[in-house]
Design a protein around this ligand. Structure first.
Ligand code: GDP
Ligand code: MG
Length: 443
């Protein structure tokens, strides 16, 4: 059933200030990611990025309609028909603000407050986050903000849609290279492709006789544009190799022009009745290709699936790097990723330890013999270290060893707490026993 996103809203999580500084609204992000039904689920993150005034928010609002229909009320594993999800023809289009709102000139990242749940084929329920990005790309000073927004959204998403107008031009590829430059370094270090799915979304494609609308035509154009040929300038070759090495899957989708009302009528409110049929047909295909249950891609960083609560950590670490005066050295960014990987592994290992110990001697359990508690601790510790070592992490052996030492220290501290708690249960026993004994001895 379709439901209106009335209570849901676009939440700015990163916005640039006039002086090009930017902040992460951590509290807002926490509120979204740390909900009970969300935080421990693996995440799928869809983002749309590219120059401004090119219809990014507009198309995202249709994606939201699809999401509410497919996943709004309950988790589903089938994709809706066009008639089901597109809804009535006279309904204004709402969601992320399009037509350029007041924040038109501000670069930043917004997240939709509702996180959708979907069931994958495997039966696992995953959480889906939708990101809108804003970059202006119109002057040298805003280019750095735009590059940061693009790079951050690429690092955080599992599906990055690169929204382009009319064609894939050489400078679109150059921009993409700049934005993903840091990823290349990470690849060399970690042996995995840094990012997952990239979709070039070409709007207003006007050469259907050269390549059909949709994915197949897109593939044809993409192959042409990304081809490396022997007598090509080495710079052009290197851009293409770089882009291919950064993503594990690259595709392209050609969208027709939506019609003059969409492009030029100031009173156009997004209703389907004012949009060309060709556009709607392709929009249905595109939404399914990106968001139907069988096409969802869980976010991975360094080959490891990411949970909603881990994303917070990644936002924090990446932003800390970007907050410096200069765009970071690729090395610094790798270090930040490695640190976030290790912190996530450390947290998972501690969770594992504390749940085993809770089961054994937690709040609801009776006092246990201290030597049994020590034995259980050793078992839980081995398990926790296995959990820590089992997570794939970027960075050096040395870094892993350092964090493992930290883990062992923290487990010892946790053990002391469990012990104190355990003996406090025994206190009543030991306080009452002598009294009884005393009483008995009087008698
Ligand atoms: P954003 O800055 O990239 O998020 O762009 P918006 O989504 O705010 O859209 C900017 C303008 O482009 C709006 O007036 C839309 O009506 C119009 N628009 C949306 N989609 C398309 C499209 O596919 N082609 C054309 N030519 N205009 C579009
Ligand atoms: Mg926008």
């Amino acid at each position: 059933m379709t439901r209106d996103p009335e209570d849901d809203e676009a939440v700015p999580i990163i916005l640039f200030q006039a002086d090009h500084r930017f902040d992460l609204d951590r509290a807002a992000l926490q509120k979204i990611l740390l909900k009970d039904e969300i935080k421990d689920r693996h995440v799928v993150v869809l983002s749309v990025a590219g120059a401004f005034r090119k219809g990014k928010s507009f198309i995202l609002d249709f994606f939201l309609r699809y999401m509410y229909c497919a996943y709004g009320d309950q988790t589903s594993s089938t994709s809706p028909s066009a008639a089901q999800w597109m809804g009535p023809t006279d309904k204004p289009l709402e969601g992320f603000s399009w037509r350029g709102g007041s924040e038109r000139d501000t670069a930043g990242i917004l997240v939709w407050s509702k996180v959708f749940l979907s069931r994958l084929k495997s039966g696992e329920e995953v959480a889906i986050l939708i990101l809108d990005t804003q970059g202006t790309f119109d002057s040298e000073s805003t280019m750095r903000d735009s590059a940061t927004v693009f790079a951050l959204s690429t690092m955080i998403s599992s599906i990055q849609v690169y929204n382009l107008s009319q064609n894939i031009q050489e400078d679109d590829l150059q921009h993409l290279q700049l934005f993903t430059e840091y990823g290349r370094i990470a690849t060399e270090q970690a042996g995995t492709t840094p990012f997952q799915r990239l979709v070039f979304l070409v709007r207003d494609w006007s050469y259907p006789y050269e390549a059909d609308y949709g994915e197949k035509g897109g593939q044809k154009i993409l192959q042409k544009r990304l081809r490396v040929i022997a007598n090509q300038h080495p710079e052009l070759q290197s851009i293409r190799r770089h882009i291919k090495s950064c993503f594990s899957d690259i595709s392209c989708f050609l969208m027709p022009h939506p019609g003059l009302k969409v492009a030029t009528n100031p009173r156009f409110d997004g209703r389907l009745a004012d949009i060309e049929d060709d556009f709607k047909t392709q929009l249905h295909r595109l939404a399914g290709m990106l968001l139907s249950p069988e096409n969802l891609i869980v976010k991975e960083i360094g080959g490891q699936k990411v949970k909603a609560k881990d994303l917070l950590q990644y936002f924090d670490t990446y932003l800390a790097v970007y907050s410096g005066d200069e765009l970071p050295e690729p090395k610094t960014l790798l270090a930040a990723t490695a640190e976030a990987n290790h912190l996530a592994a450390l947290a998972a290992a501690k969770d594992c330890y504390s749940s085993t110990m809770e089961d054994f001697c937690g709040g609801s359990k009776p006092f246990v013999n201290p030597s049994l508690l020590d034995a259980e601790h050793l078992r839980a510790k081995v398990e926790a270290i296995k959990e820590f070592q089992g997570k794939r992490k970027m960075g050096s052996e040395y870094l892993s060893e350092t964090y493992q030492v930290q883990l062992e220290t923290e487990l010892e501290e946790m053990l002391q707490q469990f012990k104190r708690f355990n003996s406090s249960k025994n206190f009543f026993k030991s306080a009452t026993t002598p009294a009884l004994f005393f009483g008995m001895s009087i008698v």
